[in-house]
Design a protein around this ligand. Structure first.
Ligand SMILES: [Mg+2]
Length: 370
């Protein structure tokens, strides 16, 4: 579900933001926070964010839907400020290090799929010109379950893959790496599927494929165990899509528990916060590769952060199979071309909603900017 946030001012300028994975809780919180924004200076973005966050600490304002709700507001404030000053958001963040943002495509391929179907899905992504892609190597995490797994009895909560499942992981990674060829990067996501030993074994068994990264082999909450996995293999380990704020990333970065961090910018604290997270990672020689499942609004907002930091690696794009994705913006252009987002000099985030088109996809039971 895409949650869009609009901030209006008495000067007639509006800002558009997005937040993800906050669900109906974030929608309710945004409505509740609205009254606290009335009469405030919309340019004081960091101060507004921090004052609202501190007002929520007793309710849990350290993570989760609270932070995600604030994030949607924060992004709308950046869009508003850019429009008011007539500059793109990246100009307000110190300018850009690059003119275009490299994007990888999630293929929605996992080892339970028929491999001919998986091959077709990967070929489609390659035909679209992407220079990097991601597959899932987990079958059971988060309910992922392909047709070929149906005849196997399996404990969906056990963290140790059996011989069949482990073999499928290796076969899929090998097949997709060969399809991608010598230039297209491949990342593999495990959605916290494994125990420590299985994670180390798999990461080592995949070393010859030179993956872009192996993602979240175990839950990221145990930083020390994640660090043991990272230290045991030359396959780069990436994590962080479910962490919030600088505080959530501090140990991961300072302990070198991963090789690459992947904050979800429209979820975990917004543009200012994620620039700070990226800067923390930079001084530990750690690349920044944001998770992204947003609409074009949150994706473009993320791109401004990616432009304004030196250690940007690549940004995710998850919705190659959703034909509506680019149609919901008023600019009527493909945001992603040949695997890159070209930054424009349009003020603010640089995209606005075509509300008539977007409303056709409105989630039942939700409100429209009320
Ligand atoms: Mg992931």
């Amino acid at each position: 579900m895409h949650v869009w946030v609009r901030v209006e001012t008495d000067a007639g300028i509006t800002g558009l933001g997005e937040c993800v994975h906050g669900g109906s809780a974030a929608i309710a919180l945004i409505a509740d926070l609205e009254r606290r924004l009335i009469g405030q200076d919309p340019f004081a973005i960091d101060a507004l964010f921090e004052s609202l966050r501190r007002s929520l600490v007793f309710e849990g304002g350290f993570a989760g839907a609270f932070i995600t709700a604030l994030t949607g507001i924060e992004i709308a404030l950046w869009d508003l400020k850019g429009k008011a000053l007539g500059v793109p958001v990246y100009e307000l963040m110190g300018g850009k290090f690059r003119d275009r943002i490299k994007v990888y495509a999630d293929c929605e391929v996992e080892p339970g799929l028929d491999f001919d179907d998986a091959k077709r899905a990967v070929d489609e992504i390659l035909e679209q010109g992407f220079k990097a892609l991601k597959i899932d190597l987990d079958i059971f995490a988060y309910g992922h379950r392909g047709a070929e797994t149906e005849s196997f009895v399996k404990d969906a909560f056990n963290m140790t893959p059996d011989k069949w499942e482990y073999g499928r992981m290796l076969q899929l990674a090998q097949m997709v790496s060969e399809l991608a060829g010598p230039e297209v990067e491949v990342a593999c996501d495990l959605h916290t599927r494994l125990d420590k030993h299985s994670a180390i074994r798999l990461a080592r068994d995949l070393e010859h494929l030179n993956l872009m990264w192996l993602e979240e082999p175990i839950p990221p909450e145990n930083i020390d165990t994640m660090r043991e996995i990272t230290a045991a293999t030359s396959t780069p380990i990436c994590a962080g899509e479910n962490l919030y704020l600088r505080h959530g990333f501090r140990d991961l970065i300072e302990k070198h528990a991963v090789d690459i961090i992947m904050p979800d910018i429209p979820k975990c604290g917004g543009l200012s916060e994620c620039r700070k997270i990226a800067n923390m990672a930079e001084i530990y020689s750690m690349p920044f590769a944001p998770h992204n499942v947003s609409s074009p609004v949150g994706t473009m907002a993320s791109a401004h952060v990616c432009a304004s930091i030196p250690n940007f690696l690549i940004l995710e794009f998850h919705w190659t199979k959703r034909d509506y994705w680019s149609t919901i913006i008023a600019e009527k252009r493909d945001i992603i071309e040949d695997g890159f987002i070209a930054l424009s000099d349009a003020p603010g985030i640089g995209v606005t909603l075509d509300e008539e088109v977007a409303r056709a996809y409105q989630y039942p039971g939700t409100t429209w900017f009320s």
